[in-house]
Ligand binder design. Structure first.
Ligand code: ZN
Length: 417
């Protein structure tokens, strides 16, 4: 063996100099069997150097399969780790086919391991980052996903759900902010210093107020598409009647740092922005919650407490999470039942309610501390039953458009407060 007679450092130098001299085939048998020529011809790189890209490691095996190890998102002071998101770009020769596997789906949730992938897990691809299509995947026994990517372009984006980036939100804000029915207010900054905003659509003195928050969990873009659909629909010419009755206040992207960095769940300091709502927000560790609470306290002081608050998420269930009915929340339960009935009637929602008991949840916490009817709506990221299809941004935008009619009928004066 060559290794026996030449010191390791010199041996590596020989390999490297041979590769750079175009002699990769001569050293192929020394490089763990990886066919360097084949790799060089078709596959070039996994690019994660762009907005909302997932951080990951990758390696290519002897068959030319690219194995991607997704990085977990870790919760502070907890064994919890989460990964259910991917967004990266494959660079390879146009017209070629690249086989990839996605790994590291051993999430830990409340001390239990749980994989977020199933036979229903979607994988979307796009040449331009704007138009996305779905490709089939194989779920392997070790909870890896394997798929073949046909390179219709030399650079192809791959994502778990249709992304909605900070730049998409910035574009929306530029589009609507000059409208006299819109007010965009900066309410604070994220842990990394990104600005947080509330977008009001409608009149300040509207009789009813609805608050919506999106993107507490950074990989869950469904809520962003919903609020974009809602905002645009409320600024259409036919929306005057809606805005006579109510105004919406929207915090469109709570976990902006996580979105920028392509993380799965927690804020940049490892805190879950959908927990501990039964306590005042921690200014240092959760400035994103603190900014919202400060805004809310001001609204309450001005006599403008929201009549309804909705926190938009993605999961594999698609339910509206509502507080467990109890003896002391009868009126709240009755109102939310009306709301869910209107969702069935006016939107594609069919998944139904799920009752939760969690004092730290957005629903129970805001109810207990501020007396606000608050719920979490989990948009199913795998399948929309009511539309019989995989969800794309435009499907969630449609839900947002349909919500304007739900709110209009919900605030018909029959609710008892
Ligand atoms: Zn979530």
């Amino acid at each position: 063996m060559v290794k026996n007679i030449i010191p390791t450092g010199i041996f590596l130098c020989l390999i490297i100099s041979n590769i750079f001299a175009g002699k990769a085939s001569e050293v192929r048998h020394h490089t763990s069997g990886i066919a360097a020529d084949t790799v060089k011809k078709n596959f070039r790189y996994i690019n994660t150097n762009f907005e909302n890209a997932s951080q990951l490691d990758w390696e290519i095996d002897s068959a030319g399969v690219v194995h991607i190890s997704l990085n977990y998102d870790h919760e502070r002071a907890s064994p919890n780790q989460a990964n259910g998101h991917w967004h990266f770009q494959v660079e390879a020769e146009a017209g070629s086919e690249v086989t990839l596997t996605l790994n590291n789906f051993d999430n830990v949730w409340n001390g239990m391991k749980a994989s977020p992938v199933s036979h229903r897990t979607n994988c979307l691809v796009s040449a331009d980052g704007i138009t996305w299509t779905e490709i089939p995947t194989d779920l392997l026994p070790n909870n890896s996903l394997k798929f073949r990517l046909h390179m219709t372009s030399s650079k192809m984006y791959v994502a778990s759900v249709e992304p909605y980036r900070i730049s998409d939100l910035d574009k929306l804000i530029r589009e609507v902010r000059a409208n006299p029915l819109v007010e965009v207010t900066n309410i604070g900054k994220t842990a990394e210093g990104r600005s947080l905003e509330i977008i009001r659509v409608g009149r300040k003195d509207a009789p009813y107020r609805i608050f919506l928050r999106a993107r507490a969990h950074s990989w869950e873009p469904g809520g962003n598409w919903v609020v974009q659909g809602l905002i645009r629909s409320l600024l259409k010419k036919d929306a005057a009647a809606f805005l006579k009755r109510y105004a919406v206040y929207i915090m469109p992207m709570a976990n902006k740092d996580g979105v920028a960095r392509g993380r799965t769940r927690f804020n940049t300091l490892g805190k879950d922005l959908n927990r501990e709502w039964h306590l005042p927000a921690d200014k240092e560790l959760t400035p994103e919650k603190y900014a919202f609470e400060s805004w809310l306290i001001k609204m309450v002081a001005e006599g403008k407490k929201p009549h309804l608050a909705i926190d938009l998420h993605n999961d594999a269930g698609g339910n509206v999470h509502i507080n467990l009915p109890t003896a002391d929340n009868v009126a709240h339960t009755e109102r939310i039942k009306r709301f869910v009935d209107l969702l069935y009637k006016h939107t594609w929602f069919t998944e139904g309610p799920a009752h939760v008991k969690n004092p730290g949840s957005f629903g129970e916490g805001l109810g207990a501390r501020f007396g606000i009817d608050a719920i979490v709506y989990e948009l199913n990221y795998e399948w929309i039953k009511g539309l019989k299809k995989q969800p794309f941004g435009k499907d969630w935008e449609l839900l947002g458009e349909q919500l304007r009619t739900v709110f209009y009928n919900y605030f018909d004066g029959k609710n008892v407060y």
